[in-house]
Design a protein around this ligand. Structure first.
Ligand SMILES: Nc1ncnc2c1ncn2[C@@H]1O[C@H](COP(=O)(O)OP(=O)(O)OP(=O)(O)O)[C@@H](O)[C@H]1O
Length: 266
C-alpha cells in the first residue's frame, strides 16, 4: 500500500502538540468545579508540499481542534509548530459551515479575501465549482451545497500554500458529493496545493488522498499514517477505493462504525 515519496522540506511541522479544554463539571452549592478534557496529547506531523492528506477519526477525536491549531486560530498547550522552510506558509481554511456574508453577492464574497484585480480569477474559480451562473446571486438564494462550493472557491482564490478543509463534502446528497469529489480531485491534480482535509468518510479519504492520517480519540494522537500513490489521488475508481477502505478497516475495524471506541492498541 505504501509508496515511496520524494523527500522535500515540509511546509509545516508539528512536534508533540497537545491541547486540552476545560469542561464544566458538576456544581456544588459552594463552588463551581471544572474538569479538563485532554483532546490532543502528542501530535507529530510533517506536511509536505503538494500532499493531499485526509484526517479521519470519530466524532470528538479532535480533528477540527487540530485544523484550528494549524491555522493559528487556537494555541496549543504544549509542543511546537515549526516552518522548516523558514517562512510561514500561507493558509486558507474552509469551515464546516460556509460562513458567507449574506448581504454580499457570491462574487463579492469571493473578493472579500482578495481585491477587484482578482475578479477574472474569481469568475474562473466559480466556473470550476459549477457556479459560473451564480456570481450575482446572494447566499440566501443558494442551496447548502452551493454555498459550500462558494466557500471552497473563496479559499482557493488566494492560492494558499496549505488548504485546510473541515468536512467540505459532509451532508451532501450522493450525486453532488460525487461531483464535488471529482472537482476537488481534478483541481488538486492540476494545481497541487497542499491539502489537509477532515472527513468522517473513508471512501472520500480513499478516493482523494495521497496520505491518510487517523486520529485516535482515546490516545489523542495519530495511529494511522498511510501513504498512497499521489498520481492516483483524486482519480481513483471504485475498485481501487474499495481496496484502500478494506485495508483501513482491517487495521481499525472500529472505523466502520465511526464509533468513539478506541481504535489503537493503547
Ligand atoms: N472551545 C472548546 N471548549 C471546550 N471543549 C472543546 C472546545 N473545542 C473542542 N472541544 C472539545 O474537544 C473535543 C474535540 O472536538 P473537535 O471538534 O476537535 O472534534 P472533531 O474530531 O472535529 O469532531 P467532529 O467530527 O464531530 O467535528 C470534543 O470533545 C469537543 O467538545
Amino acid at each position: 500500500m505504501a509508496q515511496s515519496m520524494t523527500a522535500s522540506v515540509p511546509l509545516l511541522r508539528l512536534r508533540d502538540v497537545a491541547r486540552r479544554f476545560d469542561v464544566a463539571g458538576k456544581r456544588s452549592a459552594t463552588a463551581a468545579k471544572t474538569a479538563e478534557k485532554q483532546v490532543l496529547t502528542g501530535i507529530d506531523l510533517d506536511l509536505q508540499p503538494g500532499e493531499f492528506v485526509s484526517l479521519i477519526g470519530p466524532s470528538g477525536a479532535g480533528k477540527t481542534t487540530l485544523l484550528r491549531l494549524i491555522a493559528g486560530l487556537d494555541t496549543a498547550d504544549r509542543g511546537e509548530r515549526l516552518y522548516p522552510g523558514d517562512v510561514a506558509p500561507s493558509m486558507a481554511m474552509v469551515f464546516q459551515e460556509p460562513r458567507l456574508v449574506p448581504w454580499l453577492t457570491v462574487l463579492e464574497n469571493l473578493l472579500l479575501v482578495g481585491d477587484a484585480t482578482l475578479e477574472d480569477r474569481a469568475r474562473r474559480l466559480l466556473a470550476e465549482v459549477e457556479l459560473g451562473g451564480n456570481a450575482q446571486s446572494y447566499p440566501g438564494q443558494l442551496s447548502g451545497g452551493m454555498q459550500r462550493r462558494v466557500a471552497l472557491a473563496r479559499a482557493l482564490l488566494v492560492e494558499p500554500q496549505i488548504l485546510l478543509l473541515d468536512e467540505p463534502l459532509g451532508s451532501l446528497d450522493p450525486a453532488l458529493e460525487n461531483r464535488m469529489m471529482q472537482l476537488l480531485g481534478d483541481y488538486w491534480q492540476r494545481h497541487r496545493p497542499t491539502v489537509l482535509m477532515v472527513t468522517h468518510d473513508l471512501h472520500q479519504a480513499a478516493r482523494l488522498s495521497s496520505r491518510i492520517l487517523g486520529l485516535d480519540p482515546s490516545l489523542g494522537r495519530f495511529v494511522l499514517n498511510e501513504t498512497l500513490d499521489p498520481a492516483q489521488a483524486g482519480q481513483r475508481d471504485e475498485a481501487d477505493c474499495k481496496v484502500i477502505v478494506d485495508h483501513l478497516l482491517s487495521l481499525f475495524p472500529a472505523l466502520a462504525a465511526d464509533s468513539p471506541a478506541s481504535w489503537g492498541q493503547g
